[in-house]
Design a protein around this ligand. Sequence first.
Ligand code: ZN
Length: 497
Amino acid sequence: MSSFEQLKKNRHKISDIQYAIALLNWDQETYMPPKGQAFRAQQITTLSGIAHELSTSKDYEDLLQTLANNKSLSKNEQKNVQLLNSDFQKAKKLPHTFVERLSTATSACFHAWIKARKQNDFSLFEDELAKMIELQIEKANYYGYEGHIYNALLDDYEPKMTVQELDILFDDVKRELKDLAAKIAQAKKPNNRFMYQDFDGDKQWGFGLQILKNIGYDFAAGRQDKSEHPFTTSFSPDDVRVTTRVKEDNLYDMIWSCIHEGGHALYEQGLPSDQYGMPLGEAISLGVHESQSRYYENNLGRSKAFWTYHYPSLQQTFPDALKNIDLADFYKAVNLVQPSLIRTDADEITYHFHIMIRYEIEKQLLAGEIKAKEVKEAWNAAYKEYLNIEVPSDNQGVLQDVHWSHGGFGYFPTYSIGSFIAAQLEHQMVKDIPNYIQMQEQGDYSAILNWLREKVHQHGKAYSMQELCKEITGESLNFNYFLNYAKKKYSEIYDLK
Ligand code: ZN
């Protein structure tokens, strides 16, 4: 067996275990009975330990080193080896004892967050958050970094992206979107009261399945189930599952979370099976993953063309609630822009303020400019500054996201990056796909999916995020595409001058 074949065999073994863990996690969020929790946690820990041993073993390291100097490998093989090597070198920087301490602290931090959420009291979370921040600083120091300490953590989620680039990007975002949001605030607010009526759960469910089918989600390689928070998980490109939740008192929640997760799932289903376990079989980054989900959720799923096709069947599904609402009014309600407290409920425009607030606070925490106990104050002040709203309670404010309790520092900017990439990609799609709008109006999304398959999905990690943007659109990530998209769309909806 050649060294590369041996590497593939090792990678398959590691991935088999990691996907088995993913399956156990999926089950835990969907069907596992409550009593199953303790042993399930133990089973996941055991498997994680085995995967960790395999992926940090001396044999594996030697194999990677041998292959790193092998010039007879194909271009793709070399790329796989190079990416695996850099992952390995990075993981090696964290001492084993640190990984264990972090894991224990994460569990304590998460439980403190749950408790604080129950009592709606940030002070119950402060101490564990402070410890978590110390550990994140320690982690950044093990990794090493140039420039801002935040760069070390950001790299885990959006490789190669830096604070220097993000600061420039977010300066533009803040200035331009504040201006746009202010103009919208002056305009007449569309009616959206009809979105809050009784909408039968089973009917919503059926409608969501129909949309997933229409956008090209392959049910022979996936399924949809219910969970507390919607998510997508993959066990291979041939088994990619989505979950959603149904709220019977409003129409906003399920439909667009369905489409959002559908976008993530299409990416996973489109990764090349023959690269199973290898970087060329994996998604590029969280930002690129979000570009897929956000493209489907917003650019497509909140467009007039999309609803020109789907609205009649939605009206047939809920005749009593929607019979007197025409497409134009529905379209406006679906794209209502208004400042809000909760990130996950935010519209396409003000969403990015929520992200910038978290980004600024994280940077200050890691740089030691503010302490954990000052986070609530900083949060509330930022909501006043960015969105001009008062935060009435900790649950609607600083306690709303789970990310920090899981140690997810450096994660939030990827959501905004996703939206910006999506707009840039769509700009190119309009040029490349004939009858881009007309096909959407006819409910045909196959050309869009084929385009994404060809340009994004099939390449796995062959490109970095910025390389992908350049390869497809001729330039690196550029916020102006999102800005132009937003200005055009919302000027029309709100009749802005
Ligand atoms: Zn997402």
